[in-house]
Write a protein that binds this ligand. Sequence first.
Ligand SMILES: [Zn+2]
Length: 311
Amino acid sequence: MDRRAFLATLGAATTAGTLLKGAAAPAEAASGRITLLHTNDTHSHIEPFGPGNGALSGKGGIARRATLVKRLRAEAGASLLLDAGDTFQGTPFFNRYKGRLDYRLMRMVGYDATTLGNHDFDNGVEMLVEAMESMERLQHRNPPFAFLNCNFDFKGAPSLEKRMRPFMVRDFPGIRVGVTAVGVAFAGLVAPKNHEGIGWRDPYESLNPVVKHLRETEKVDLVVVLSHLGYQMLDSDFDDLRLPAHVPGVDAVIGGHSHTFLDTPTRLPQALGETLVFQVGFGGVNLGRMDFAVHRGEVRAATGASMAVEG
Ligand SMILES: [Zn+2]
C-alpha cells in the first residue's frame, strides 16, 4: 500500500463510527440484495428449552441456531447477522459465566453486530466490559463484531465508550448498508449503580441525525435500526411501532425488549417510504429473516418471516 492509500485508510478509520467500514469501495453497481438474519432477547438460552415449557419446549439452542445461520448465509450471499440486545440473564449459564460465554458464542456463530438491552447491565458496567473483552480475544474475523448504540451518553464510562459505536456501514455487491441502534430508558429497569456514568437520551432525537448522516454522507442504500425500545409500549413515549413516524428514512427496525412473537414484519408507512418492524420472541427460539432488494438507493422489494430454531 502506498503512503497516500495508507493515509486515506487512516482518514476513513478515524472518522467516528466508520471504523467498521470494510476496505472495499462504496457499492458501484446500481442494484443489490441483502438478507438480514436476527435475534433478540436471547437471555443466555444456550441450550434448547426443555420439556414443560409449553410451545417453546424443544425449541432454540445456539448450536442449532448456528447451523441454521450457516445454511441461510450460504444460500443468501450478502447477509448480516444482527441482535437487538438482552443477551444476558435468564439461565444458570449467565449466573456462572456473567455473559462471557454468550458473547463468545455469538462471535463464533458469526454475528456482525448487537446492541445493549437493559439486562445487559444487570451485573454493572465493569462486568459488561469484561464480557466484551473476553469475546475480543476471539478476534479472528474481519470486520469485528460491533456493539452499537446512538442514544446512550457513555462519556462517564470510558471503558465502555471505547467499545461502542453509534453506527456501522458495510458494503456488499450493489448495496451499502448502515446499521445503528437505540436502547430503552434505565428508569425502573436498571439499578442506578449498574449504569453509572451512562446517560440516556431521547431515542428518536438521537436517531434522526445518525440516519441523516448514513443517508446523505455515507450514502447508504439501506438503514437498519437495532431497537431495544419494545414493540408497543403504552407506558412509554417510545416504541418500535411509533418510531417510523418520528424517524423517517429507516428501512428496517429489528426490535427487542417486549419479547413479541411476530410471524412476519409489520409494515409501516414513513415519510421516505416504508419501515419493516420485526421482532421474533425471545430465548433464541426463532430466527428472523428480512430480505431487501435495492436499486439506486431505493428499496424495490422487502419481505420477511420468522423461522423456528428446532432440531
Ligand atoms: Zn428481554
